[in-house]
Design a protein around this ligand. Structure first.
Ligand code: ATP
Ligand code: MG
Length: 425
């Protein structure tokens, strides 16, 4: 007989308890805070037509060029596992006429994303994002408000050492002029650029800013800064955005080389980075995309959003000690009759909102007590033959060993007293 040992695919991972508690904590906090700002959940499919991502993210981006999970379905259509959330939300916004809802229309999503990247710390092939998209607001207060909401969440989760990096990448009006300036500059350095950047130079010169090669990085630091070539409207938008950040007390720095790895952005882009993660230091990122809805056939609709990388956030949270939930009560029973009673007690405790774990009557008293400890239960309830006869239980508080008999009738209030460390029980 052959036995196959199945393992996960490279670059994806199981998320196991107790770590899943942290995931839930982040998701719960995000949902609560996002709803304070008027965001409702949207759930879009994980698979979309490939063209959706090619057209929105852009043909010359790393994501579309080399990172997409694309396959043909049985009818020969090209399908892609979503590499990010914005394209799908914009598609849904148009397809379902969500622009008819009162403005602003605000949505959040959370779920897996897929990119065929080289797996390393903070970089996976299936990863997860919580993201938001807000539609129909031109005013730069929108971006400032999104960043404020993000900070509130990260602060609530106890995160430190965060920076907000911001930039403006202009609009279809001023960017072409800037591109010319950039091309001029790059032309003089063309010989020293990597092969990818030479190609980018021709198709999409802004993408050179994304290059990770030290050589290209150095060349690009000397390039003209886009913020110096913004048209009047974009310049004004950026200035007001920064003043709102100040007003909201959000510390930021301007990073004139940050263009983000997706083509759909206009004007404001931002990243929240941390000094605690090493190379993959962006925890969340986003920006404004005022032309995307229209490009996809919807009405002219300004919009902005961001996405949080869950794995990186969880890694940061794991640096701090955290206590996974533990049973209030571990019920130990000796013998069949006692175990039957244990089942009834567990059922009634759970109905009262107490977390009860059972030994199912297996093993000696000693080994059951050991398991109660391993579960880190607050109390052990012991039902043996003597207890059965007397209609009582032995209740042992595991933190300090305090122990006493309690009656089966009126059990719940006695247990609550033990849990609350009331020595009079
Ligand atoms: P990076 O700088 O890591 O390449 P990106 O610009 O490709 O990030 P976005 O598309 O802006 O990332 O996605 C938003 C966030 O999602 C990132 O800031 C990061 O926290 C997270 N993220 C992106 N790609 C991955 C990945 N492969 N694995 C884990 N998290 C990721
Ligand atoms: Mg990337």
């Amino acid at each position: 007989m052959m036995s196959a040992k199945f393992r996960t695919i490279k670059g994806v991972q199981d998320i196991l308890p107790p770590r899943t508690c942290l995931w839930q904590r982040v998701e719960d906090a995000a949902k609560r805070i996002f709803s304070l700002y008027g965001f409702s959940e949207i759930r879009t499919p994980i698979i979309e037509f490939t063209e959706l991502f090619v057209r929105s993210i852009g043909e010359d981006t790393d994501i579309v060029e080399k990172e997409m999970y694309t396959f043909h379905d049985r009818a020969g259509r090209s399908i892609t596992l979503r590499p990010e959330g914005t394209a799908s939300v914009v598609r849904a916004f148009i397809q379902n006429n969500l622009y008819n809802l009162p403005a602003p229309q605000k949505f959040y999503y959370c779920g897996p994303m897929f990119r065929y990247e080289r797996p390393q710390k903070g970089r996976y092939r299936q990863f997860h994002q919580i993201g938001v998209e807000a539609f129909s607001i031109d005013d730069p207060y929108l971006e400032a408000e999104l960043i404020e909401m993000l900070w509130l969440l990260l602060e609530e989760l106890g995160m430190e050492n965060l920076n907000t990096e911001v930039n403006s990448i202009g609009c279809p009006e001023c960017r072409p002029d800037y591109k010319k300036k950039l091309l001029n500059y790059l032309e003089g350095n063309l010989g020293s650029l990597c092969a990818d950047c030479k190609r980018r130079y021709r198709h999409n010169p802004l993408r050179v800013f994304d290059c990770k090669f030290p050589n290209c990085k150095e060349i690009i630091t000397g390039a003209p800064k886009i913020t110096e070539f913004l048209c009047e409207n974009c310049g004004d938008h950026f200035k007001r955005f920064l003043s709102y950040l100040k007003k909201l007390d959000i510390p930021y720095s301007i990073n004139p080389s940050m263009v983000r790895g997706l083509d759909y952005y206009t004007r404001t882009v931002f990243e929240i980075t941390t000094t605690s993660l090493g190379a993959q230091n962006a925890v969340a990122a986003g920006g404004r995309y005022d032309t995307l809805v229209e490009e996809f056939g919807g009405p002219r609709t300004p919009a902005a959003g961001f996405a949080i990388g869950m794995e990186r956030l969880i890694t940061l949270l794991e640096e701090k000690p955290f206590e996974p939930p533990k049973p209030d009560v571990y019920i130990i029973s000796l013998g069949e009759d006692a175990t039957d009673v244990a089942y009834t007690i567990a059922s009634s405790l759970r109905r009262e909102g107490l977390q009860a774990e059972l030994s199912y009557g297996t093993g000696s008293l000693k080994s059951q007590l050991r398991r109660a400890d391993r579960f880190n239960a607050s109390l052990a309830l012991i039902i043996g033959e003597d207890e059965l006869k007397r209609g009582t239980l032995t209740c042992k508080r595991l933190s300090d060993g305090f122990q006493g008999e309690i009656k089966m009738t009126g059990l719940v209030s006695d247990i609550k007293r033990y849990l609350n460390h009331d020595q009079d029980t």
